[in-house]
Design a binder for this molecule. Sequence first.
Ligand SMILES: [Zn+2]
Length: 298
Amino acid sequence: MGKAIGVMAAHQIAVGVVENGAPAGPMFLYPESESAAHVLEGMPAENLAECLSHQIKGARQGAEIEAVGVGLPGIIHEGVVEESPNLPQFKGFKLQEALASALETAQLRARVCIFNDADAIAAGLAATQSGLDQLIRIWLLGHGIGYGRYPWTDGVWEGGHTVVTLDANERFCGCGGRGHLEGVMGQRAMRMRFLDMEPDEVFAGAKAGNRRCAEFVQLFHRALAAATATSIAMEGPGKFFITGPGSKFVDLGRLGIYLHEMVKLSPLQGSQLEVIGTDFETGIIGAAVNATRAAGKG
Ligand SMILES: [Zn+2]
């Protein structure tokens, strides 16, 4: 395997060179401060490819690069951003094509691949935790809920919009759909449900015996168990990592009990659940690993 460049793009752009599933140079952040992140939010789609290309050039530092992988939130299909909740101006934008052409102008001819950010993080965890030879799935608990899978396979994989309740009053998902996992667990959804309390206060309230909070904490865990059970029913048991800011609220013991109640067929049992911290570097490694594998397949 040669060197590849991994990129994570959301509120900030993080870039680094990766070799053999590990960082092979420093990580670069643009904008450097999170408080300046509105720079990207206000950027027209055409300028993003230029901006990414500029950051990639800077991180390259003269190295021979065989592939460039970019992870960003949203539905990505064949290099086109079909939906991007964080950066709505990129909806329909042919990012792969625009970035490959900007890089070629900068004398960097490499295979460019665009991935969903959760898929990039899944690949990063595979590279650093579980090995590149087994299926892993991740739940990325943030403002929305991401679902990532390694090995990368073309598909939609919008696991955050899995239906976990038939209650028609469950309408807090960012997509507008009823009964979705994200409508229960997403930070945005939690704030809409508890207009007077922050998520931290809700979980503290449950510990202190507040009934409304305790009921929600049960729903939170049952919803994650249900979406995990659905994934197990479709793809079989395996390793699930839970990561992102909301993962601090997850009680693995409780989640395991609910999952066990929902998954009874013996060939479907035996999944492992693990809460793990991830950062920009995890996604950078994963985006590069996925791009390198894609380049290797032709
Ligand atoms: Zn939804």
